[in-house]
Design a protein around this ligand. Structure first.
Ligand SMILES: [Zn+2]
Length: 108
């Protein structure tokens, strides 16, 4: 611990999520737990929760859309009416576009 301080690291008021020891901030800006002897990544709780919630919302929308795609697929298979087929096709492509958008947002 003394070595860390001598190297220019500073003691922070953050605690290690694994062992609750106070964390050091290294000169590089990384947080270090002297007890676990490893870098610690601290994420602000609010940010993490918000990110998680929006990801979960997107997951559930995606699942719903995928279910609809399957339903449409069945209808397309069973119809021989050209007009209906066209309508179903348009709806399907709209759904796929939305799924694509959600996947892009999730990756961002
Ligand atoms: Zn620790």
């Amino acid at each position: 611990m003394a070595d860390l301080l001598r190297q220019g690291s500073t003691l922070t008021d953050l605690a290690c999520p694994a062992c609750s020891s106070p964390l050091f901030k290294l000169k590089s800006g990384d947080l270090w737990c002297a007890k676990c002897e490893k870098k610690v990544l601290v994420v602000k709780e609010g940010e993490e929760a918000a990110r998680l919630t929006s990801t979960m919302a997107l997951e559930s929308i995606e699942t719903t859309l995928l279910t609809k795609v399957q339903e449409l697929q069945e209808k397309i298979k069973n119809t021989s009416n050209a007009e209906e087929l066209q309508k179903l096709g348009a709806t399907l492509s709209g759904l796929l576009e939305n799924i694509e958008k959600i996947r892009k947002v999730k990756q961002a």
